[in-house]
Design a protein. Structure first.
Length: 134
């Protein structure tokens, strides 16, 4: 199956995978080849996937979004996404701290929802990465 993950800014991933587990608004689901057609909303969590030719599991942390699959292709549209391979832990920590600092200094009328989202995603990503090292 082909997994494609997109954000408004860029394509995060396009890989052949053997399975994908996603955080939906009603709980986690795993998608295997030839899955029934599905359209689902996604919530804050990790998208776990195994490559087509390996058993190693990778993850991408997302805030929210939508998923569609026809059993051959899986397309995820996410508001914010951080790939486990894309950023070093220190860079994600800096992203989280920068977002929190800007939120604390921002005037009340300024739209800070995107910064809050980035801080939540960065925090979950850091926690998930630390758990996988144990």
């Amino acid at each position: 199956m082909k997994l494609i993950i997109l954000t408004p800014e860029k394509k995060i991933l396009e890989n052949e995978v053997s399975q994908v587990t996603v955080p939906t608004s009603t709980g986690e689901i795993t998608i295997l080849p030839d899955h029934v057609n599905l359209l689902s909303t996604l919530s804050l969590g990790n998208v776990l996937f195994k490559g087509d030719k390996s058993d190693s599991e990778e993850f991408i942390t997302i805030e929210s979004g939508f998923l569609t699959t026809n059993g051959k292709d899986i397309i995820i549209l996410a508001d914010v996404a951080i790939h486990s391979e894309e950023y070093e832990e220190q860079a994600v920590e800096e992203m989280k701290n920068r977002a929190e600092k800007i939120m604390a200094e921002a005037p009340k009328d300024r739209n800070i929802e995107k910064l809050k989202t980035q801080a939540r995603v960065a925090n979950l990503h850091l926690v998930s990465k630390k758990k996988r090292k144990i």
